[in-house]
Design a protein around this ligand. Structure first.
Ligand SMILES: NC(=O)c1ccc[n+]([C@@H]2O[C@H](COP(=O)([O-])OP(=O)(O)OC[C@H]3O[C@@H](n4cnc5c(N)ncnc54)[C@H](O)[C@@H]3O)[C@@H](O)[C@H]2O)c1
Ligand SMILES: [Mg+2]
Length: 352
């Protein structure tokens, strides 16, 4: 019996040791904070806060890069006090992650109208001076952030935006109440639970075997081309969306497809980008651009794309009036998709 217990205990210890990797511990901790309001309130005491104003993150400049500063609860209470704001406003904050040492990270928007203060937006310039930074639109700052800050701020902005837009129950019209972590909102009159949502989007790099198809929307910066993207319609699988979007936008039929990677994307209001490679039948490559969706689309050779990937900005107008052909920056999943295609083409053209 003793021996059995010993083995069982050792087994249990082995399992605990295996389960309690840093990643698992962190994940379990975040799960607890989402489920338990008291635990989450406690985590705020030792946590750190990313600040926003009207959904623009607070950033500081450092050597051609933006950094996202974090503030402790004490600093935040002092700041709110200084600007005549109620410390209860901190209840609007949302949980966005934690460090490996279980320091919980939150995001708080000081500019959105809140039930705790509707005058916060009046103080923006003074707050920027006090915080030694600026509230900068995420669209302008995203590509000058390191990968971790970009990911944290994208998540934070999407979650803050969702809460701002879901303050009322769509059935009863009554105000909904968020849990402390901000992982859901509940209508007190009928107990309907609302969870944060994001829109699935496919992004597809179509190839005919030797060339790839890139397109532009008129809203893109001049000279920039990207892979075809489109929102999933209700009821569609990823495969069906890809087939429909490629047909809709460039009039081609997809023959085969292969998953590449995915990415959370904060625009327009929180999307899950699902990136895939697709091929069309050889000989069926004549593009018919849907001008209601795209400005233009064209086939590009491996060399053209490989050169564009290496090109560095700024992408200014050339003497002949045109703009150089360039591709989305590294942080965008379209860049990863295009880079993977170039690498595959390079490998397949190497002598065996
Ligand atoms: N991260 C990247 O590398 C990358 C690259 C390209 C595009 N994108 C993103 O992909 C998204 C979709 O691309 P697109 O604009 O070509 O899509 P699209 O081809 O589906 O066309 C956009 C239109 O779809 C409709 N639509 C349907 N569902 C929608 C929803 N949930 N939200 C907003 N509009 C919806 C609207 O009418 C909108 O004008 C864009 O918002 C863009 O930011 C990301
Ligand atoms: Mg599109």
């Amino acid at each position: 019996m003793f021996l059995y217990c010993g083995i069982a205990c050792r087994r249990k210890f082995f399992w605990c040791y295996r389960l309690l990797s840093t990643y698992v511990t962190k994940t379990r901790y975040l799960f607890e904070l989402k489920e338990d309001d008291d635990a989450c309130k406690k985590a705020q005491q030792t946590g750190a806060f990313y600040l926003f104003h009207g959904l623009a993150p607070l950033l500081q400049t450092s050597a051609h890069q933006y950094l996202a500063p974090r503030h402790s609860l004490l600093e935040l209470e002092r700041l709110l006090g200084k600007f005549g704001q109620d410390a209860q406003r901190i209840e609007d904050s949302v949980l966005i992650g934690c460090s490996e040492q279980q320091e919980a990270w939150f995001a708080l928007d000081l500019g959105l109208d809140s039930s705790f203060s509707i005058r916060a937006s009046l103080h923006k310039p003074e707050m920027e001076t006090e915080l030694k930074g600026s509230f900068i639109e995420l669209r302008k700052a995203l590509f000058q952030l390191n990968a971790r800050d970009a990911s944290m701020l994208s998540t934070a902005q999407a979650l803050l935006r969702w809460h701002d837009a879901h303050q009322f129950c769509s059935r009863s019209g009554q105000p909904t109440k968020k849990n402390v972590a901000g992982s859901k909102r509940v209508c007190p009159s009928n107990n309907i639970i609302y969870y944060p949502q994001m829109a699935p989007v496919v992004i597809t790099l179509v190839s005919d075997g030797t060339r790839c198809l890139l397109a532009r929307q008129s809203s893109f910066p001049k000279g920039m081309y990207s892979a075809l993207a489109g929102f999933c319609d209700i009821g569609e699988s990823v495969e069906e969306t890809i087939r429909r979007e490629v047909a809709e936008e460039v009039g081609l039929e997809v023959e085969s497809l292969q998953y590449c990677a995915s990415q959370h994307w904060p625009f327009p209001s929180g999307s899950l980008m699902i990136a895939c490679h697709a091929t069309v039948k050889p000989g069926q490559t004549e593009i018919q651009v849907n001008l209601r969706e795209l400005e233009t689309a064209a086939w590009f050779s491996h060399d053209e794309v490989a050169t564009a990937l290496k090109r560095k900005g700024p992408y200014t107008q050339q003497q002949n009036g045109t703009f150089p052909f360039w591709l989305p920056p590294k942080l965008a999943i379209s860049h990863q998709l295009i880079k993977e295609w170039v690498e595959k083409q390079t490998c397949s053209s190497l002598p065996a």
